[in-house]
Design a protein around this ligand. Structure first.
Ligand SMILES: *Cc1c(COP(=O)(O)O)cnc(C)c1O
Length: 359
């Protein structure tokens, strides 16, 4: 059996939720579980995070999976309804929707079902992705408030573009713009994502929306989750399947990009971009062989990577190789591959076996 395995640490998920609550003691926590729980497994994550006050998903299908798994908390569809026909399903599944377009309001206005739906009104304060212009806040709010299809408890929300840069003026401006636009309107407020929770305490409002932090991943440049007291919730590991001698000057891997500087041994581990290990990880990207650091050399191929074993003369076929997780932050691997940790955990492919532990 191929040894490649992603182990999800349920206790890390729970501890990370506690860290988030410590940081935002007055706020309720929406656990964001889009993209299959950032690649950790939607149902598994939601069960481990049963202490969350709500779950945030990208689409109705994920809400349906959560209800089928017995999740009873509030569930918010972060991009809201896609077409009027979605309303019936959202009611049946007790899903709440973010409202960010006039077309969504038109659909709610045309709806004749007497049971009001809970909505989150999204304002675009500077991200320029989803949301109403802040100067429309009052008009849109009043229109929603007047609709029988809409519950009167409307949550007012916005999303930060750059909160992971902890002193960025854009975030300060977004907070100010949001507060000005919704001043005097009834309703709970929700601004902060993970970086907002840890870096912008003045933006916690009544609801924080934590994604990455719950998985132990940090997007602040040069830092990892551990710097914020968070534990990685995923360890991706495999084993050595071959150890081969190469001579000085011989080249390793596709395109022969890496040349051995001396006579040495190359370890071959059973993981590649077909498993979601980033093909762009450069020579020098760290792995753990038997728990200590080694570096990959040459190109990442579909099923295999090659590792410099100079510092590991004791290594044997079958020895464990950790790609990221405890002792090797995914943020560090992401940095080497020109991306962020979220991208890597989301990208673990279906052929990788998943396991759970609770330690
Ligand atoms: C993904 C997302 C979040 C969570 O962001 P993190 O950086 O992972 O904490 C919060 N709010 C919205 C609207 C999102 O789309």
């Amino acid at each position: 059996m191929r040894a490649t395995c992603a182990t999800i640490h349920l206790s890390a998920l729970r501890e990370n939720l506690r860290r988030v609550r410590e940081r935002a003691p007055a706020a309720r926590v929406m656990a964001v579980v889009k993209a299959d729980g950032y690649g950790h497994g939607l149902e598994r994550v939601a069960r481990a995070l049963e202490g969350a006050d709500a779950f945030g998903v990208a689409g109705i299908a994920d809400g349906q999976r959560l209800r089928a798994a017995g999740i009873s908390q509030r569930i918010v569809v972060l991009s809201g309804l896609d077409e009027p026909g979605d309303l019936a399903q959202m009611r049946r599944l007790r899903l709440e929707g973010v409202v960010h377009t006039d077309a969504q309001i038109d659909a709610l206005a045309a709806d004749r079902d007497p049971r009001p739906l809970r909505v989150w009104l999204k304002l675009d304060t500077g991200m320029h992705r989803l949301g109403f212009a802040p100067e429309r806040a009052r008009e849109v709010y009043a229109r929603l408030r007047a609709l029988p299809a809409v519950d009167k408890d409307i949550v007012l929300m916005t999303h930060f573009a750059n909160s992971d840069v902890l002193d960025d003026a854009l975030t300060a401006m977004q907070i100010e713009c949001f507060q000005r636009s919704v001043a005097g309107l009834d309703g709970e407020r929700s601004l902060a994502n993970s970086a907002g929770i840890f870096g912008w305490p003045q933006a916690q409002g009544q609801w924080v929306r934590a994604g990455g932090a719950l998985y132990g991943i940090c997007v602040v440049a040069g830092k990892s989750g551990a710097d914020f007291g968070l534990r990685p919730a995923m360890t991706l590991a495999t084993r050595l399947v071959a150890i081969n001698p190469v001579r000085r000057g011989e080249r390793v891997g596709y395109a022969a990009t890496w040349e051995a500087p001396e006579d040495m041994h190359i370890g071959v581990a059973a993981i590649g971009y077909g498993d979601g290990y980033p093909r762009h990880a450069a020579s020098g990207t760290p792995v753990l062989v038997n728990g200590t650091r080694a570096a990959i050399v040459g190109r990442v191929s579909m099923d295999l990577i090659t590792i410099d074993l100079c510092a590991h003369p004791q290594a044997r076929i079958g020895d464990p190789v950790v790609l990221w997780g405890g002792g090797l932050p995914v943020e560090e691997i992401a940095e080497q591959a020109g991306t962020i940790g979220y991208d890597l955990t989301c990208g673990v492919t279906r052929r990788v076996r998943f396991a759970e532990d609770d330690v």
